[in-house]
Ligand binder design. Structure first.
Ligand SMILES: NC(=O)c1ccc[n+]([C@@H]2O[C@H](COP(=O)([O-])OP(=O)(O)OC[C@H]3O[C@@H](n4cnc5c(N)ncnc54)[C@H](OP(=O)(O)O)[C@@H]3O)[C@@H](O)[C@H]2O)c1
Length: 344
């Protein structure tokens, strides 16, 4: 699923909530969500709970799930080349607290790329990247998949820092998968939105299709200087080293540079850039389940969806390459169900 953009390693190291593949996964409800769930094998009961939690990924073979071990096929990276290929393994035997579900669509985030290539030094191989989705009725599944990653990643800090109100002036640094949802969500909150991009290649689309109010090319020093002190926040989605001073200079008094993009190289700034103007640099990581649910309702109410390119699983290595080359508008979504993984 396009949710946590988290990479899970398959058994034997996975825990009960981590057994996952793009095709099927089994999981246990977290305790907080599970208070009323019977600990019996009443599968109809559990099926209703799935619907009440708005899982669009429907239970697969719920009647049979608890007693059998299931062989499933995911696409796994075996080493830091990050190349994915079919990988068949056996899910652990599901218990009375488990539900076996089928994953239909899976968003592809830059974090997945970092993970399969072990950029953060924490990946365990073989590694099957993927995530889980809960979606309100009426949303198009493939368009909703990236919301659970990109959508909540931008909604959470805007909500948490009290920026979810109209009249705020925001900047979106890096117009990729997360950034394009940043523009849409910020605009829907009533913000004046400036896209800050590394080139002018995405200008027309940013202004005409995503609805941005202004577009700054980060290397255009004159325009950047003209825009000094003009923003209340910047969502920084750049997935690489970049100096922070030019962007800090765009923030007004009390402005926040909210780091979302992950870099494994130290970022740089000189402290007066924060002291003068009481600016701050803050990090934010995805969001809570409550924020994810709020975000989905918000997107549904405002009619927001992500801009996607749907692919089959056998295109994933090319997709990663294109993601690395900044060549996707704006999110790849893997049609997992349509990829017939079990036959590979
Ligand atoms: N904090 C979280 O919870 C969270 C959640 C999801 C993703 N992430 C992270 O957020 C980052 C963005 O993810 P994504 O999926 O949106 O990636 P993406 O689709 O590749 O978009 C990143 C954008 O940043 C810009 N960019 C790329 N390389 C750059 C460079 N070297 N220098 C300057 N700008 C560059 C490009 O936009 P322009 O063409 O406009 O310059 C690119 O489209 C990644 O680091 C990812 O790991 C974090």
């Amino acid at each position: 699923m396009g949710t946590l953009s988290t990479l899970f390693s398959p058994p034997p190291t996975a825990t009960s909530t981590q057994i996952i593949s793009p095709q099927t996964l089994s999981f246990s409800f977290p305790k907080s969500a599970n208070n009323n769930t019977p600990t019996t094998t009443n599968h109809h009961h559990r099926s209703r709970r799935i619907q009440s939690y708005k899982f669009e990924i429907m239970a697969d073979s719920i009647e049979e799930a608890p007693r059998r071990r299931t062989t499933t096929t995911g696409w796994a990276a075996r080493d830091s080349s990050g190349v994915l290929s079919p990988y068949t393994y056996t899910l652990r035997k599901t218990g009375t607290e488990d539900v076996l579900i089928k994953v239909l669509f899976c968003g592809v985030c830059h974090t997945d790329l970092f993970n399969v290539k072990n950029h953060f030094g924490i990946t365990r191989y073989p590694a099957v990247p993927g995530f889980v989705v809960k979606i309100p009725e009426g949303m198009v599944l493939e368009q909703a998949a990236p919301l659970l990653c990109a959508g909540v990643t931008v909604y959470s800090p805007l909500s948490h820092f009290g920026l979810n109100k109209s009249g705020v002036r925001g900047g979106i640094l890096g117009l990729g998968g997360v950034g394009h949802m940043g523009v849409k969500i910020a605009k829907a909150m009533g913000h004046h939105v400036t896209v800050i991009s590394s080139s002018d290649k995405k200008k027309v689309e940013a202004m005409e299709h995503l609805g941005a109010d202004e577009y700054l090319v980060s290397s255009d020093a004159t325009r950047v200087q003209e825009a000094a002190d003009s923003l209340d926040y910047i969502l920084d989605t750049v997935p690489a080293f970049h100096p922070l001073e030019p962007y800090l200079s765009l923030l007004g008094f009390g402005g926040k540079l909210i780091l979302i993009g992950a870099s494994n190289a130290p970022l740089q700034f000189v402290s007066p850039m924060l002291l003068l103007g009481r600016r701050s640099i803050i990090g934010s990581f995805i969001g809570s389940m409550k924020e994810a649910e709020e975000m989905l309702e918000f997107c549904k109410e405002k009619g927001l969806s992500s801009m996607i390119e749907v692919i089959k699983m056998d295109y994933i290595n090319t997709a990663f390459q294109r993601l690395e080359n900044n060549d996707v508008k704006y999110r790849f979504v893997v049609d997992v169900a349509g990829s017939e993984l079990q036959h590979q």
